[in-house]
Structure formats: C-alpha cells, structure tokens
Design a binder for this molecule. Structure first.
Ligand code: NDP
Ligand code: 8X3
Length: 251
C-alpha cells in the first residue's frame, strides 16, 4: 500500500530535495509552501516519474490556513504517514540589542508556531491510525548558540525541545519522532537571512565544501526507511569542513 508524506517548505532547498527523494522512493506527496508557481513546477517534475502530488499553498504562520488545509484533505490524502516539518528561516543576523523585532516575529512565528500548527492538525490523524512519523528539521543552531544568532538559535532550541516533547506524548501511538540538525547547507537560506543580499549570502559558503539539500534529503530517507521498530531520535549532520556553528576549515 502506498504511503503519503506531507513536506512543508517544499518550494526550495531541503524541502524540495526531500519531496524529490520521497517521490522517487514511491511516496504520494503533499507539498506545501507560499509560492504557488514553485509548487506547480515541483508537481510537474514529480509527476514525470509517476508520483501522485497534491500542492497546498499556505503560510505556516497562519493557524486558520493550516487547519483548513489539513482538515479539508480528501479521503485519498487524509492518511498522512510522514510529516516533514521543514519550513523555516533565519531573518537577520545582529546583536539582540540591535535586533529588528519584525525579524524576530517572523522567525518565532515560522519556526516554532508553524511547526506547532502543522503538528497539531496532522498528529490526530496519525494517532487515529496508530502509526506515523514526524521529522523536524532543527539545526546546529538548536544545539549551540553563536554570536548574533540569538533568536534564530532560540527557535531551533525550541524545535529541539518540542521534538523531545512530541516523542514522549506520541509514544503510546507508535508515532516515531525524529530531529535532523544540519550544519551549513547551501540553499536559499542565507539569501533569506540577509534579506535578498546574494553577494553576502555567497560568502557564507566560500572556501569549503558545504552540504547540499540532497545530502539532507538522503538523511531524511535513511530515517524514514528504518524498519518500524527503529527510530532515529536525533541526527546532527555537518559538512566535513565544519566543526561547530562557527568553526570552518576554509582553504
Ligand atoms: P530555503 O530558504 O531554501 O527553504 C525554506 C522553505 O521554507 C521554503 O520552501 C519556504 O517556502 C518555506 N517557508 C518559509 N517561511 C514559510 C512560511 N511562512 N510558510 C510556509 N512556508 C515557508 O531554506 P532551507 O531549505 O535551507 O531551509 C529548510 C529548513 O532547514 C529550515 O527550517 C532551516 O531553518 C533549516 N536549516 C537550514 C540550514 C542551512 O544551512 N540551509 C541548516 C540547518 C537548518 P515559501 O517561501 O515558498 O513559503
Ligand atoms: C542554519 C545553520 O549555522 O546558519 O540553521 O544557523 S546556521
């Protein structure tokens, strides 16, 4: 029987690569994000190899939109086996006392509340079917705090805590809960963090071999494809040339 995965933030980077990976592995896919044209493009790419795809365009910060999207899924799509809470972002990189509170709200609303809303509305279906898997994309920023990373790091520490909470609360229902924490992956992440300044974003990845989105999609697939009695709780994945959030071997 075919399985269904819902991937948030599938319009770019890690989410898009995860959708491609799961599609190639035979999953039906619900792909979500705010940029509808990107969702349609990904849908057509996935359909080439016969994947069944449902694009849902919504903002994870908007609880009503999340609730409406999940609760109105047709019977064909209602039974979600895997939820990948990937949508997220950093916005800005500055000391707390100089921080832009709009940036803070954006990160808190997306990375914490968005992940909570998706989980809140998808988990009851998994509980009813007494099976499922939730993969939260955390970060090395959820394991360490680095200069000027303050609020972004706090949101990813929250993902770390919420992953542990979910694992406890979903234990009786055979729902596996996993966190994957990447180091530097070149996606649109730094362009978004620096508000569209691509030259500044490019500098983040200079002089070392960064991870690419497919590396994290491979890790996601590894976690998803373990036999049902095995759960990967937490996976920290770094470029070989990165030892901590701030320490790189740049050559
Ligand atoms: P990208 O910027 O390439 O992708 C981010 C995705 O999140 C996009 O698809 C975007 O879709 C979606 N998204 C952002 N805000 C919202 C929103 N309000 N509602 C719905 N979707 C939203 O970055 P990455 O692929 O790198 O990031 C994916 C995850 O990985 C994030 O949680 C990030 O924190 C985490 N991460 C990234 C690392 C990196 O180095 N790149 C390292 C560690 C963790 P759209 O704009 O269409 O809505
Ligand atoms: C993204 C990685 O180190 O920029 O979560 O916070 S980092």
């Amino acid at each position: 029987m075919k399985k269904t995965a819902l991937v948030t933030g599938a319009t770019s980077g890690i989410g898009e690569a995860a959708a491609m990976e799961l599609g190639n592995r035979g999953y039906d896919l619900i792909i979500t994000g705010r940029r509808n044209e990107r969702l349609e493009l990904l849908k057509s790419k996935l359909e080439v190899s016969g994947t069944k795809v449902l694009p849902l365009c919504f903002d994870v910060r908007n609880e009503a939109e999340v609730k409406d999207a999940v609760e109105n899924l047709s019977p064909d799509w209602k039974n979600i086996d895997v939820l990948i809470n990937n949508a997220g972002l950093a916005s800005g990189l500055s000391a707390l006392q100089e921080g832009d509170t709009d940036d803070w709200n954006r990160m808190i609303d997306t990375n914490i509340k968005g992940l909570l809303y998706l989980t809140r509305y998808v988990a009851p279906g998994m509980i009813a079917q007494k099976s499922g898997q939730i993969i939260n994309i955390g970060s090395i920023a959820g394991k360490e705090v680095y200069p000027n990373g303050n609020v972004y790091c706090a949101t990813k520490h929250a993902v770390d805590a919420l992953t542990k909470a979910m694992r406890i609360e979903m234990l009786p229902y055979h729902i596996r809960v996993t966190q994957i924490c990447p180091g530097a992956v070149e996606t649109e992440f730094s362009i978004v963090r620096f508000h569209g300044d691509k030259a500044r974003a490019d500098k983040v990845y200079e002089g070392f071999e960064n991870l690419v989105a497919k590396d994290i999609a491979d890790c996601i697939w590894f976690c998803v494809s373990r036999p049902p009695h095995v759960n990967i709780n937490d996976m920290v994945v770094m470029p070989s040339a990165q030892a901590s959030a701030t320490l790189f071997n740049r050559e």
